[in-house]
Design a protein. Sequence first.
Length: 100
Amino acid sequence: MNIEIKEQNGNYHGILYGWIDTAEGSQFLEDLKPLMANAGKDIELNCEKLEYICSLGLRGLMQLKKESAAKGGKLVLTHVEGEVLKIFKMTGFVKLFDIR
């Protein structure tokens, strides 16, 4: 699992790569900290290269969504496809997030 974060025009763009499984979940939560600190901004996470996400990864995204809402920011997920989209549908997360 890898996350690449860039700030552009006051907003944040991230690209998620690989697998967010139980072994990588704790690191993913750590990697989200810069976005949590800037949750009042617009955040876009590109999931095109994300192959799998576990419940701990979903928890991290939900925390980021809640933090963004509390601080007046916006979280958008893009290119949620394949196995990750199946997981989002199965867990009902597809209804909770702004997915484009």
